[in-house]
Design a protein around this ligand. Sequence first.
Ligand code: ZN
Length: 281
Amino acid sequence: MRAYVSVDLEGMPFIASIEHLYTRGSLYSEARRIMTKVTLWVAEALHREGFDEVFIADSHGPMVNIEVENLPDYVYIIRGYPRPTSMVIGIEGASAALFLGYHAKAGSARATFDHTFASSVIDYIEVNGVLASEFLINAYVAGHFNVPVILVAGDQKLLEDDVARYAPWVERVPLKSSYSRFASISPSLEKIRKDLEEAVKRAVEKFKRGEARILKASYPVEVKIKFLGTEMADTAELLPIVKRIDGKTIVYKANDIIEAYKILELLVLAAARTAQFLRTE
Ligand SMILES: [Zn+2]
């Protein structure tokens, strides 16, 4: 039985400064140590609950954050970017999925590093008419492969917002509660370890009782993206399936969430490059 764990950084405990988020940031080594610890506690708990393989998708920034020198033999690490269906690549074939260090969607009030995929590019994303977080889109990918999401740990705002609303069966573990985009309170790592171990146990029990549901998007999928700049929408609409709605907003339809995700990634990469081009050349 395989578990799949997608790990982001902004929703991890104590991550409060921009310096935590970039590989050259002055607090980055602290951030990756915390991310590694939290992830391994969950992997160990899953192994104790009967999962003989734990796939871990390092899913923040360049996606090479988790320290890999001392991993148990049942752990596999997915590293590096770009990759198709970015934060949830390789989820097919897993029995259950867990998301760690997840954060609230772009535009959320008082939520650390609120964003959706790319804070330098995206104002908001709607999927089938609903404002979507990374959690929701990644859970739809899991659902496409009939994998239930059983636990989400991260910013309290995300947990009470998208997770409670769209996936009430999911075990929710708050790792931080935010005062602002750059300030939050977290319990000690000791308490977090206990909370995570207990929550993994409850999540796996629910899963074994068949109470973990599959979250599915309806198909075809309509994706609307509002960019932060008109030049980004100028680039996005070069793709024939993309329709321009207004200066900064585009919409497209895809056959399923996998196709929708791949197009989203392409548009984000194109928009980011367009913005960079204008700044530096
Ligand atoms: Zn991230």
